[in-house]
Design a protein around this ligand. Structure first.
Ligand code: PPS
Length: 300
């Protein structure tokens, strides 16, 4: 989620070309500039639907760039190391920023720089099983003051399925990006495969972006991006973000970091409804998700 040190006073979801922006945080002018901006071959965009493991990938990318040196992630806030492109004013420095430009976004494929779809730059898309996203996003809404606090889990469950959240429909997001992947230099990774084999994921990323790290550097990247280590990291927890955006008394950004937490939240009826909705919306997508850490072969 793109949170800044700006301190707007009211927050609303404002539709812009079929996508909800958060007033005071995003701006339509920025998005218009973004769409037409020039892309360099060295640019790398981390793309996620909210709560899919964005901060995790930001940490990994920073560490890879720094060849595993933890100092690179300690003193500079995550959003300065890998800035959000949809954030108001983000284009002010984009053209003059040094290469490689690492950026992050929750935007749908049709709002990002058009040049990405002409094989310029690189896209790393991180997907997560949407039941766990729903749960993670529910908890995030309970402490993120710029998002409408859910009445209860049931109400948020419906809001998520209908896409009445920042990020809109998870189904549209993944279908849009995955459906256009062949027009881009595109790496698709899942949160669950990163949980299962983080070293394998780091090696895939290095190959994709053309980085050569030695064994020790790779081990350091892996070590510094574990959930337990990131949980202790103030940047990963957005601790410097003011309370009117993230109220640290109400929650923690690095919450559980597991596969299958939805089982602690969904009722049987909700699970059946979700599965039906998922099958209807995803029937034409060749994607499988891991829903439970204990059963890697399980797919909805
Ligand atoms: S946001 O607000 O969209 O930027 O959130 P995002 O960073 O995409 O997702 C936050 C969830 O990712 C979990 N996370 C991790 N899980 C495992 N390992 C590591 N290293 C890790 N880093 C972040 C984080 O705990 C949130 O998930 P939940 O399920 O809420 O714990």
């Amino acid at each position: 989620m793109d949170v800044s040190e700006n301190q707007p006073t009211d927050f609303q979801l404002i539709p812009h070309r079929g996508f909800n922006l958060i007033s005071g945080i995003h701006s339509t002018e920025t998005l218009e500039q973004l769409e037409k901006c020039e892309i360099r071959d060295t640019d790398i965009f981390v793309i996620t639907y909210p709560k899919s493991g964005t901060i995790w990938m930001q940490q990994i990318m920073t560490l890879i760039e720094a060849k595993g040196d933890l100092n690179a992630t300690e003193n500079i806030p995550t959003s300065m190391r890998i800035p959000w492109i949809e954030l108001k004013g983000s284009m002010d420095e984009f053209a003059s920023a040094p290469s490689p430009r690492l950026r992050v976004s929750h935007l749908p494929y049709y709002l990002v720089p058009q040049a990405l779809r002409q094989n310029k730059g690189k896209v790393i898309y991180v997907a997560r099983n949407p039941k766990d996203i729903l749960v993670s996003y529910y908890h995030f809404h309970m402490y993120a003051e710029m998002l409408e606090t859910p009445k209860d889990f049931e109400e948020f469950f419906e809001r998520f399925l209908e896409g009445r959240v920042f990020g809109n429909s998870w189904f549209d997001h993944i279908q849009g990006w995955y459906g256009h992947k062949d027009e881009m230099n595109f790496l698709y990774l899942t949160y669950e495969e990163m949980k299962q084999d983080i070293k394998g994921a780091v090696l895939k990323i290095c190959t994709f972006i053309g980085k050569q790290l030695n064994d020790e550097q790779i081990e350091n990247v892996v070590e510094h991006c574990t959930f337990n280590n990131m949980k202790k990291n103030k940047n990963a927890n957005y601790e410097a973000v003011p309370d009117n955006l993230l109220n640290q008394k109400k929650g923690k950004f690095m919450r559980k970091g597991i596969i299958g937490d939805w089982k602690n939240h969904f009722t049987v009826a909700q699970n059946e409804r979700f599965d039906k909705f998922f099958h209807e919306r995803m029937k034409d997508m060749p994607l499988h998700f891991m829903w439970d850490a204990q059963d890697c072969a399980t797919t909805a």
